[in-house]
Design a protein around this ligand. Structure first.
Ligand SMILES: Nc1ncnc2c1ncn2[C@@H]1O[C@H](COP(=O)(O)OP(=O)(O)OP(=O)(O)O)[C@@H](O)[C@H]1O
Length: 249
């Protein structure tokens, strides 16, 4: 148990007659970057939604740091450090990048969002914000209003806000979707740096990124775990090659 940070057993979700996740067992270790791959409609997003608390599983168990979190809501899981990047907190368009990251850091400290402006004078929040803004590579535009950011910069901001909330585990659903080649390369480099510090579950269609980053990969097909292994094992697995990687080529 101590070797597992996030664990699921028999996680099952159905929509009518459709089994979207079917008895999913996962064991993700501290500091591991674990990717979930699978064809369109395999149930990857539905799985993340169940882990974040957005969706309640029909049956099965979710344990985080040894405790059952399956009945907790999104905010309660986030407070324990299990969080999905864009759900951290609201993004305020009329505030700057730095101010938004400071507010995310403040939110993590469980206060309300009243008196927003006065909070922004707090030096400890400024220190945390500077650190994570540097980390995600937004330092040059930390004074820019969020409403003026390009799409890729906004996604980087979401990551900065997630980090400001001091997570233990990050759920990332296609963090590179819609980004330019340069922006996604920056996110790959960022995740390389973050790896080992947090548990990370990554759903991503960019296979090059997945194979470069993942410690282990779970292949989901029609809601079922087909195989779990290292990138090398996945590459060599004949069925995975035929069903999934072949399709990508
Ligand atoms: N709210 C819903 N009601 C009914 N069916 C749903 C609902 N949400 C998802 N589904 C179905 O569940 C299946 C899995 O969807 P999901 O989005 O989890 O797959 P995915 O692996 O993330 O797909 P993609 O790679 O295309 O993002 C699909 O067949 C989808 O149509």
């Amino acid at each position: 148990m101590s070797q597992t940070l996030l664990e699921t057993r028999g996680l099952t979700k159905r929509y009518g007659g459709l089994l979207v996740t079917d008895q999913v067992d996962l064991d993700i270790r501290p500091g591991e970057l674990h990717a979930i791959i699978g064809p369109n409609g395999a149930g990857k997003t539905t799985l993340i939604n169940q882990l974040s608390g957005e969706l309640r599983a029909d049956s099965g168990v979710i344990r985080f740091q040894g405790g059952d979190v399956g009945t907790l809501g999104i905010a309660q899981r986030a407070r324990r450090g299990l969080l999905r990047s864009y759900q951290i907190t609201a993004v305020f368009e009329e505030f700057t990048v730095r101010e938004n990251v400071m507010l995310a850091a403040h939110g993590a400290r469980r206060h309300g969002f009243s008196f927003l402006r006065s909070l922004l004078g707090q030096p400890d929040l400024a220190v945390i914000a500077r650190k994570v803004i540097d980390e995600v590579g937004l330092a040059a535009i930390d004074g820019t209003l969020v409403g003026e950011l390009a799409y890729g910069q906004r996604r980087q901001l979401e990551l900065a806000m997630a980090l400001a909330a001091e997570p233990r585990f990050l759920l990332l659903d296609e963090p590179m979707a819609g980004m330019s080649g340069q922006e996604s390369a920056a996110v790959v480099a960022l995740l390389q740096r973050l790896k080992g510090r947090y548990g990370i579950l990554l759903v991503e269609h960019d296979m090059e990124a997945v194979f470069a980053l993942a410690d282990r990969i779970t292949v989901l097909v029609y809601g079922r775990v087909m195989f779990c292994g290292t990138p090398e094992e996945i590459r060599r697995h004949p069925e995975v090659k035929a069903i999934y990687l072949g399709e990508e080529e």
